[in-house]
Design a protein around this ligand. Structure first.
Ligand code: NAG
Ligand code: NAG
Length: 152
């Protein structure tokens, strides 16, 4: 995984003209965060996303999730606090959700997920963990997951 400054990652995301959708995770927090990636075939546990850095990745396949914890060892721990950003690309549609489990690892900070593509907010947005499932056409969408966001 390659990390970029938060600004550089946003510029790269906007420059991508491919039809494929992508997601961007930006760690605005003052501390490192621990990310766990899971789908039906692969899991990667506790990858460090350093403070003030970001990464960009394509969206492909079903049942993908990026879990965020504020310490290592929390994601697979039943009592660990985690935020879970889930997304699926299937039959030309893109679906995503944001939830937390056990507790909010970003508190007292806030999170959001925003979307852009053919227009701003093309796949809706969330500023808390209770927005349920959002969907749109899977057409060059960028979903941005902001940790320690400044919500509008
Ligand atoms: C699971 O994620 C890995 C790593 O991103 C990816 O290479 C693989 O294609 C994904 N599997 C499915 C079934 O989407
Ligand atoms: C989401 O967070 C980013 C980064 O702090 C902020 O610029 C943006 O306005 C926020 N969006 C919403 C809808 O709150």
């Amino acid at each position: 995984m390659r990390f970029f400054s938060i600004t550089a990652a946003a510029i790269l995301a906007a420059a991508s003209s491919a039809q494929a959708s992508q997601y961007l995770v930006r760690n605005w927090c003052d501390k490192d965060m621990f990310l766990t990636f899971a789908n039906s075939t692969t899991t990667t546990t506790d990858l460090v996303l350093p403070a003030k850095l970001a990464f960009l990745s394509p969206i492909a396949g079903e049942g993908n999730s990026v879990g965020v914890a504020n310490q290592p060892g929390q994601y697979w721990n039943a009592l660990g606090w985690k935020a879970v950003f889930g997304f699926t690309s299937k039959d030309g549609s893109l679906w995503w959700s944001l939830s937390d489990l056990v507790g909010d690892p970003i508190a007292p900070g806030t999170v959001n997920v925003t979307s852009s593509g053919t227009r701003e907010d093309v796949c809706e947005h969330a500023t808390d963990y209770m927005g349920g499932v959002h969907g749109c056409a899977d057409n060059g969408v960028t979903l941005t997951f902001n940790l320690c966001s400044q919500n509008a």
